[in-house]
Design a protein around this ligand. Structure first.
Ligand code: SF4
Length: 397
């Protein structure tokens, strides 16, 4: 059996670790050395001096949900006085603010709303594409797709094909948490199981859509269960890359955000949950090593804060995430975004340069949109408002 230090050498040479080797490295390896190797791999696999970011906006189209995940502070049951579904006027205003910032994508997700038929999603996507054709629509997560399929009595293939035809460009990786059903049954018993989550991604990738992979740690899961989750992602990545070359664009991980506003945060077992910054950085570095078929790893400033996100750029990450412009989900569980809900482009540049890299704007497929070889001023990176495309006839719903 290899020692952890031998496993790091093996990984540094580009050899894949088995799940058993991964478990040994993760549990016995020195975190600092693991981060160094992860950083070396990142320098080999992505442009070394560059850290990328995306100008996009998170939009939560509805907070209505019937799934009762134990860690969620965002949802409201149908009929709750704070329940909402976004209007086109509201959506359009948000997108126009994004366009002013030079944005290229919206990431739109919501609860499992039992009152929205598939036609609602199709109409919304068609309207988005007709009104804002330059904006890429990465919307809904596998569990939302499963919810629509259940409500409509359709397969997930049918749902995804119809939404893709209506304008859906990508399926974000939300709702993966830990891809191990023992954990999922405990923290979100009504939510999508591992095989279904992966199958939705498999279909989306086959359809040529943009997809990302995520993992959230700190639900009281074991290290083995984290390895199981990463292994399932690695297997699907192998499968999709071999079948058609379109796999996950990136891996993004963060820590569970637990507070008095969610069931896990109020639980008498609260002390067993959560993960600290060191664990976040170590896990991110381990994931860079273990997921040898992924290219891009994103630092999560919304959950970890700016200092830790900058450190993550030396623990395997090559991307600083996005401007977001608003955040409504983890903010309600007292995440960093409660204090700083969005990041201006200037502030993103500042953070990336502070970490010692050159910032570059990318699109959702990680293609470089713009490089910034010199330091830009606040004025140069300020938003430029655009004429509104909303009118009483096109924004009435
Ligand atoms: S995490 Fe998503 S699916 Fe779970 S309760 Fe919250 S909104 Fe619903």
């Amino acid at each position: 059996m290899y020692k952890a230090s031998d496993l790091l050498k093996k990984a540094a040479n580009g050899e894949r670790l088995t799940p058993e080797e991964g478990l040994r490295l993760y549990t016995e390896g020195d975190p600092e050395t693991t981060m160094e190797v992860a950083h070396q791999l990142r320098l080999q696999k992505t442009e070394p001096g560059l850290v990328t970011y995306l100008v996009d906006r998170n939009i939560n189209y509805t907070n209505v949900c019937t799934t009762d995940c134990q860690f969620c502070s965002f949802y409201r049951l149908p009929g709750h006085p704070e329940a909402y579904v976004i209007t086109r006027q509201e959506l359009g205003e948000k997108i126009e603010e994004l366009l002013a910032w030079g944005g290229t994508r919206i990431l739109m997700q919501g609860g499992h709303n039992p009152d929205l038929p598939i036609e609602w999603y199709e109409d919304l996507l068609r309207w988005l594409k007709a009104t804002y054709p330059e904006i890429e629509c990465d919307c809904f997560s596998p569990s939302e797709i499963e919810n629509i399929a259940h409500l409509e009595g359709m397969s997930m293939e049918e749902v995804l094909e119809r939404l893709h035809a209506a304008g859906l460009d990508g399926l974000p990786g939300g709702g993966a948490e830990i891809l191990d059903d023992e954990v999922r049954k405990r923290i979100s018993p009504k939510k999508t199981k591992t095989d279904v989550w992966l199958h939705a991604m498999r279909i989306a990738q086959r359809l040529g859509m943009v997809t990302s992979a995520t993992m959230v740690i700190g639900f009281g899961e074991t290290i083995q269960q984290r390895i199981n989750s990463l292994t399932r992602l690695r297997e699907l990545q192998d499968e999709s890359l071999a079948a058609h070359g379109n796999g996950f664009t990136a891996f993004i991980m963060w820590t569970a955000q637990l507070s008095e506003t969610n069931s896990m945060g109020r639980s008498r077992h609260r002390d067993k949950y959560g993960a600290n910054y060191d664990e976040y950085l170590h896990t991110n570095a381990f994931a860079r090593i273990y997921l040898d078929n992924f290219t891009n790893f994103q630092a999560s400033w919304p959950t970890q804060g700016l200092e830790v996100a900058r450190r993550a750029l030396y623990a395997g990450a090559n991307d600083f995430g996005s401007t977001m412009l608003e955040e409504n989900v983890v903010s309600q569980a007292s995440a960093f975004t409660e204090r700083e809900p969005h990041m201006s482009v200037y502030r993103l540049h500042e953070q990336i340069r502070l970490a010692g890299f050159e910032p570059a704007q990318r699109d959702s497929r990680y293609r470089i949109v713009r490089r910034f070889e010199r330091v830009m001023t606040k004025e140069e990176l300020a938003p430029n408002p655009i004429p509104s495309r909303l009118s009483p006839t096109n924004a009435t719903i």
